[in-house]
Design a protein around this ligand. Structure first.
Ligand SMILES: [Zn+2]
Length: 370
């Protein structure tokens, strides 16, 4: 991946290339990115820039043999760690899923964690970066570089390291020579402070709307009016813009619409059926669904205060839900609702009985909104 293929983020690209040109590359960096802003594509472009044999001041060449290997995610000195799930009795490591990883990331480096985990398992499981994977990282980084240049270790969704991060502190602090470590994360609070303090943070904020418009017109061949609409809704999240193009957000929208109708009607067989149906979904799905619900609640509140010509950050098909919720949502009740939803997400993530949590949450939402 070249920097030119990463959507927007001109300043970050400049910052990264400049540190290479100045030969002042921190040995451990943490790319803290907003969801859909492109932390992974940026790390891949940076790694390729580091190994490229004919780089310019602004980008890798894309043609030398190092670039070709980097593009196919087969460069022997670019190592990748990502959350995986258990498939047999032994603890999983990233390389168990290398084939799937290459397929998914080459086809779309803007893939999110939920989509990645879905692509490797249809079962209800959360991803993990295991202690065994951490040992693998240490062993690999102490080996000599295969091609004589930099060795690069990328850790995608480093939140999944959890306590395992402790076993990597030494290598983060004093990695072997010519070793560059790049952690990518969206949620700083989920990373051990001891890990954070050993890295240099590169903040990757939401992508500029004009850059998303340009990418949608160039890569998805949208007309400029539709590209503008989608870029506005995506609000700096390129993955969301892609989903709008592919119409992939529909199912969350329909689920939420149904839920709110049943919630407001109060306990009924419909509501119970709805919770039973959600009970069969993966925890990752529910986590995303709760995030989506909070997003729509917030948009409903903000649509109360914006003038009508300014549509909230939602798609056309979501406007009716936002309009309907607008009547019930206020500043006060939104700040009661968000912790409740987050708490439900927390319980479900930790194995609570999904059906009961959802039913209880529905009843509380009804009380608050009424
Ligand atoms: Zn090159």
């Amino acid at each position: 991946m070249q920097f030119s293929q990463v959507v927007g983020l001109k300043d970050i690209k400049k910052h990264l290339t400049q540190m290479v040109l100045d030969n002042k590359i921190p040995h451990a960096q943490l790319f803290l990115n907003q969801e859909g802003a492109g932390g992974l594509p940026m790390a891949l472009a940076f790694a390729q820039y580091l190994v490229c044999e004919q780089k310019s001041d602004t980008d890798s060449c894309g043609e030398c043999s190092s670039c070709q290997k980097a593009q196919k995610l087969i460069h022997p000195d670019i190592h990748m760690t990502y959350p995986v799930i258990k498939k047999d009795t032994k603890p999983p490591i990233s390389s168990d899923f290398i084939k799937e990883w290459r397929n998914q990331v080459i086809s779309n480096p803007y893939i999110n964690e939920y989509e990645w985990l879905q692509s490797i398992s249809k079962e209800i499981k959360l991803g993990n970066i295991t202690r065994e994977e951490a040992s693998q990282i240490i062993n690999t980084l102490y080996l000599k570089s295969f091609e004589g240049g930099y060795k690069i270790q990328i850790v995608w969704m480093a939140e999944n390291l959890g306590e395992v991060g402790n076993t990597l502190l030494k290598i983060f602090e004093e990695p072997p020579e010519k070793t560059i470590i790049i952690l990518i994360a969206e949620n700083l609070e989920a990373i051990l402070p001891t890990v954070i303090s050993r890295t240099q943070i590169v903040k990757i904020n939401a992508i500029d709307e004009k850059d998303i418009i340009e990418a949608l017109v160039n890569h998805h061949h949208l007309d400029s009016q539709l590209a503008e609409e989608y870029a506005y809704i995506a609000n700096g999240n390129y993955r969301k813009a892609q989903q709008l193009v592919a119409n992939e957000l529909e199912t969350f929208g329909d689920d939420l619409k149904e839920w709110m109708i049943y919630c407001m009607r109060g306990p009924s067989t419909d509501l119970i059926k709805w919770t039973e149906n959600k009970h069969t979904k993966s925890r990752e799905y529910l986590k995303k669904f709760f995030e989506y619900t909070i997003h729509i609640f917030r948009e409903s509140l903000s649509s109360k205060y914006t003038d009508n010509s300014l549509a909230p950050h939602v798609s056309k098909s979501e406007i009716p839900v936002v309009q309907a919720l607008k009547k019930y949502i206020s500043h006060n009740n939104l700040y009661q609702l968000i912790p409740l939803i987050e708490e439900a997400a927390y319980f479900i993530e930790r194995n609570a009985f999904t059906k009961m949590v959802l039913l209880n949450l529905s009843i509380q939402i009804r009380k608050i909104l009424k």
